[in-house]
Write a protein that binds this ligand. Sequence first.
Ligand code: GDP
Ligand code: GDP
Length: 465
Amino acid sequence: MSFTLAIVGRPNVGKSTLFNRLVGRRLALVDDQPGVTRDLREGEAKLQGLPFTVIDTAGLEEATDESLQGRMRALTERAVGMADVCLFLVDGRTGILPADEVFADILRRKSARVILGVNKAEGHAGESGFLEAYSLGLGDPVRMSAEHGEGMSDLYDMLVPIAEEFEERALRDTPETDVILTDEDFEEDGDSLGGSREFTFEKPLQIAVVGRPNAGKSTLINKLLGEERLLTGPEAGITRDSISVTMDWNDTPVRVFDTAGMRKKAKVQEKLEKLSVSDGLRAVKFAEVVVVLLDVSIPFEQQDLRIADLAEREGRAVVIAVNKWDEEGDKSNKAKLLREEFARLLPQLKGAQLVTVSAKTGKNLDKLQEAILKAHEIWNRRVPTARLNSWLKAMTEAHPPPAPGGRRIRLRYMTQAKTRPPGFVVMCSYADKLNDSYKRYLINGLRIDFDMPGTPIRLWFRDQA
Ligand code: GDP
Ligand code: GDP
């Protein structure tokens, strides 16, 4: 369970610089189409080992029209609504400007929890801005330099209590005693979905298509887009670090990251393989659903397996797509073989959907879209606490946990601590003694009984004597 931090502030104060530092990804994601406003960016950050999600509101710098302020305000309000805590950045060198006051107002009005950061304060710079920042009435400012990495441990110190509070909240949601099941329990829990911070309603579903060179990634993305784009041309991606395209699938906005476009800029042949892997890694970190695109003539290569495994470890929903199906002669036999191979090579992704497609002809791309939406839905699924507990009871009765050294491990109750992917906390005695096979038994049970195939499932055990 981690919290979400939004970086807000007027243009040019260093939001993107800080975002990139926290996410550890030097590349900005840029929308490919002119006229498309770069929207909120989101990334998984780590600060001295502390994981959290960070949202960056930078993206309106280039806008010069009248509506800039309004749009910036709307974007900021949205980010504030999505976040647990806001890092309000000001520029220590320019000092506090009227535009900064506008942001301070938004934050105050939304009663957001705010950390005030005075950026560009490396060395002794930004001293006056630092003092001025007190006038915003948002508490003690933190001096920092996004560019030089200064002030990061101060920021860390301020985030730790928030992280702890979050963890406590996750545990507090756990019922104190065995629950008695009522219809009301079901309804209340089910409703809590709406209150959780799942903002997919406005944010496009993030998809990455990964796979070895020549698997057909560009062809697939072009086809999904329904139009030929220049991605496969010789100039493609030369100036872009990463390309994403936003589109609609029946009313669901999706954003596809095109790693192939990045790879195309590699001129040196031997660098190709390596670059392609690191592109894939980056895309996986950012995506919600990862489509691992295989070439039917060479499926499940080492590189494919590695990236699929990485996607699982990163907690992404995974769909396997086997491409160039038009070239396959013995289709029914091959499909069966592929499924067997998949189950054997990637047991950690048990149940993930495998779709055979032809990017070239467009065959089965509708099935692929469906599979992606379904995987995303499962990845977001929340199971009511009451149902989890009656399930846990049945599971432990059917197959009691081991009793190492004669002491029976008791699994007392559990709750779903997070979604995306689903994560559960089980309160138990002797948590550290529980063996992996019992954990697997529970995870497989969750997968089957709550219909969550192909999504990573996290299970944590907390000691409670
Ligand atoms: P944003 O518009 O708020 O996202 O700001 P950017 O991250 O794009 O940064 C705006 C400018 O400030 C860029 O030229 C950065 O290199 C520079 N910048 C960002 N952080 C620092 C910093 O800590 N110190 C200094 N001196 N410059 C910085
Ligand atoms: P990328 O490197 O993964 O982006 O792959 P490309 O999209 O550039 O495709 C590599 C080659 O495979 C090209 O010659 C494509 O025409 C071909 N290709 C892609 N998809 C298909 C497909 O579904 N069927 C067939 N027969 N060829 C395909």
